[in-house]
Unconditional design. Structure first.
Length: 133
């Protein structure tokens, strides 16, 4: 019984992770850019590339929250996905941590944060606000 329950729980975690990944992929727009007017983003919206003069308000709230954690004094040496999830009070299940990790990778790819070491992210510049959203 325990083995079957363990297998079912693992399958459920994989499905939850797949659901997060699909939702994020569907939220992406292939031609996303910052050429248009800058306006606040809605949850699940596209992460634009970081460019001079564009503030964090263009990011969805969950991304703003991640940046706020990375800008805090406790993040000086960088943080891992699970540490960020814990500080935000988000789920620290494998699926929850993977959701944070995918958001971190997206922020890194678009220049909002820097990968200090493998899977350890930090703020790009000290000029980032300490509290956002």
């Amino acid at each position: 019984m325990q083995a079957a329950l363990g297998v079912a729980e693992h399958a459920l975690e994989r499905l939850a992770l797949a659901r997060v990944t699909v939702a994020e992929v569907l939220a992406e727009e292939p031609s996303a850019g910052v050429d248009g007017p800058v306006r606040p983003a809605a949850p699940g919206s596209v992460v634009p590339h970081h460019v001079e003069g564009v503030g964090v308000e263009v990011l969805a709230p969950e991304y703003q929250q991640i940046l706020a954690v990375l800008a805090g004094p406790e993040a000086v040496g960088g943080l891992r996905a699970k540490q960020i999830a814990e500080r935000l009070g988000w789920q620290t299940t494998p699926a929850g941590v993977e959701g944070v990790r995918s958001r971190m990778k997206r922020l890194t790819a678009r220049g909002w944060v820097a990968e200090l070491r493998p899977n350890v992210l930090g703020a790009v510049s000290p000029a980032m606000p300490a509290h956002v959203g």
